[in-house]
Ligand binder design. Structure first.
Ligand code: ATP
Ligand code: MG
Ligand code: MG
Ligand code: MG
Length: 570
């Protein structure tokens, strides 16, 4: 590629609202352009990176025996009703009606669609096992899209689904995928860790997440340096023995009264119990009042958790619910919520204001009588909240495997594998005839990789003050040729064109910067966009038969004989 034939759109400054380094750099380097919150255009430069990641994922999935297919992005809502996931999935699921008033969703994931495909076409044990995957655009209406492509609403995922005659065979394929994911993240040149993950409401025996280690990650990982124990803190907390930090919330001194809840009531609650509630992450405090039972719930939305920790939560809201099922329905819609606890009648939930804002449509629809106290101003309406360490598991705690103490680090979830067992197969009646002609429900696994998130995560790990630093396997170009005076010196132009042709012939992904720009501009651009190898061609070097070579992170350039350069870059 020649830069004059390419479309570069680098910026001097990142937009002010960009929060993390990868987001700033991807915008500055012109990898992506924002179209709406959490929705991006991949520009030609960024798309090269995305495609390289995608191809590594595809090659390894194919090598592992999975078969690629492509499912529709738009899915009939009936399938979600059949699986029972429709109501529970909540507002992250983008629903719409077609011109015939039929309900559809834009797929956030494809368990239902794939199970529908398999139940129609797979009849016999002879056709199993089968593993089908796709690399496709997903849509999740995230409460808080942020961090650029790392938490987008529209994003690219590799999602694979395997179907088996037995649990043993599912475990075998799960192991195959665990190993495959390791190969993929190694080839991508990422520092990563596989961690045990909570199987949540789905149950089953196995789930692992693959995390790219980076301080900007939204997850905490507990790991034991003296053993191979590593788990998402959510899981570590679920199995951790109770510690003083995990003490249950005490009954409230004063409770909210249905219909009469005021800021002061909430404040009284907060001053008494926020510490305990926050420390135990999400807790219910209950109190009897005139024979009625009330509950206050602190909802934990994952991304607000970090803000509570950082003391950034600006306001709280309270909701009242009329019935248990309403609470259940509501809570099913709140990502990251731990709980709920059953109580008898009226319920009040207290949680972060941002969630209130995002959820208020839903609540108004579900419960006309519901109300909330949003926009509360700390210091004015309520006391300033204290900041607590809300983790149940902290560095220095004993490792659950008894082999040492835990460390805690931050991770970005780039992959997730799951033994679904028969959850979807059962709901959608996905069966096969076994050797004895008996009908049996299939065992199922699912395996996701956040292809577009990986690009952001890789840049979180690879950057410096000059810009993006990517491994050659996923950099937009592996090599750049920067000629000093391409438009002035015949000798420089001839040498640059020749090297460009030679490298291309060797299959090396090379870009020739043939713009009529000052060297400083060309160097800065090539560094910003993350090209791992740079060859500078100047008249002086040519006189000695030399090019100047510099690796992206090398402190100094070195002179290399013209004849050696192709070998060096291979
Ligand atoms: P998270 O905990 O970050 O919300 P998730 O657990 O909801 O992710 P999965 O359902 O496990 O995500 O989806 C598989 C993979 O898709 C994730 O491991 C992640 O890499 C990627 N992914 C999920 N949500 C997003 C998003 N909003 N933007 C980009 N990638 C995403
Ligand atoms: Mg999610
Ligand atoms: Mg997750
Ligand atoms: Mg996940």
């Amino acid at each position: 590629m020649r830069t004059t034939q390419f479309f570069f759109t680098t910026l001097k400054e990142a937009p002010a609202d960009a929060e993390v380094i990868s987001q700033k750099m991807m915008l500055r380097a012109g990898y992506i352009k924002r179209a709406a919150a959490g929705i991006y255009t991949w520009m030609p430069l960024g798309l090269r990176v995305l495609r390289k990641v995608e191809n590594i994922v595809r090659e390894e999935m194919n090598a592992a025996g999975a078969l690629e297919l492509l499912m529709p992005a738009v899915q009939p809502f009936e399938l979600w009703e059949e699986s029972g996931r429709g109501p529970a999935y909540g507002p992250e699921l983008l629903r719409f009606k077609d011109r015939h008033q039929r309900d559809f969703v834009i797929g956030p994931t494809h368990e239902e669609v794939i199970t529908d495909v398999v139940r129609r076409d797979v009849k016999s044990y002879r056709q199993l096992p089968i593993h089908l995957y796709q690399i496709q655009t997903k849509f999740r209406d995230e409460i808080r899209p942020r961090f650029g492509v790392m938490r987008g609403r529209e994003f690219l995922m590799k999602d694979g689904y395997s179907f088996h005659t037995s649990f043993d065979d599912l475990v075998r394929e799960y192991g195959n995928m665990y190993a495959t994911y390791g190969r993929i993240f190694n080839r991508l040149g990422l520092k990563f860790r596989a961690v045990a993950a909570d199987t949540g409401s789905i149950g089953g025996d196995g789930s692992h997440e693959f995390h790219v280690l980076a301080d900007s990650g939204e997850d905490d990982i507990a790991f034991c340096p003296d053993s191979d124990y590593a788990a998402n803190v959510e899981l570590a907390e679920a199995v951790a023995p109770a510690t003083p930090r995990a003490a249950a919330a005490q009954p409230m001194a004063k409770v909210a009264t249905p219909g009469k809840t005021s800021c002061a009531d909430v404040a009284a609650f907060l001053t008494v119990d926020l510490a305990k509630i926050v420390k135990t992450i999400a807790v219910v405090a209950e109190q009897e009042d005139g024979g009625k039972k009330f509950a206050l719930l602190l909802l934990r939305a994952d991304h607000e958790l970090n803000e509570i920790k950082a003391g950034k939560i600006a306001a709280l809201g309270a909701f009242r619910f009329a019935s248990d099922s309403e609470v259940q329905e509501y809570l099913g819609c709140v990502p990251g919520f731990i709980g709920p606890v059953a109580v008898d009648r009226d319920k009040v939930a207290v949680f972060a204001d941002r969630t209130v804002a995002a959820m208020s449509d839903f609540v108004c629809g579900a419960n006309e009588a519901g109300y909330h106290l949003s926009g509360v101003n700390f210091g004015r309406d309520l006391p300033e909240p204290e900041v607590f360490d809300i983790r149940n598991v902290v560095a220095g705690d004993p490792s659950p495997d008894g082999k040492g103490v835990l460390g805690i680090c931050r991770g970005i979830e780039v992959g997730h594998i799951f033994q679904l067992r028969s959850k979807y197969a059962k709901a959608l009646n996905c069966t096969f005839l076994d050797e004895n002609g008996k009908s049996q429900v299939m065992e199922m696994g699912c395996y996701g990789i956040g292809v577009s998130r990986i690009v952001g995560a890789a840049i979180e790990q690879g950057n410096d003050d000059k810009g993006i630093v990517l491994p050659p396997a996923i950099a937009p170009f592996a090599v750049c040729i920067v000629p000093m005076g391409y438009h002035k010196s015949e000798a420089v132009k001839a040498a640059a064109d020749q090297l460009y042709a030679d490298l291309k012939q060797q299959g090396i992904d090379v870009v020739l910067d043939d713009r009529n720009e000052r060297p400083g501009v060309m160097f800065a651009d090539m560094e910003l966009i993350g090209i791992p190898h740079r060859v500078v061609i100047g008249e002086r070097g040519l006189k000695d038969g030399q090019f100047e070579y510099k690796g992206r992170t090398d402190a100094e350039a070195t002179m290399v004989a013209q004849g050696d350069i192709v070998g060096l870059l291979q």
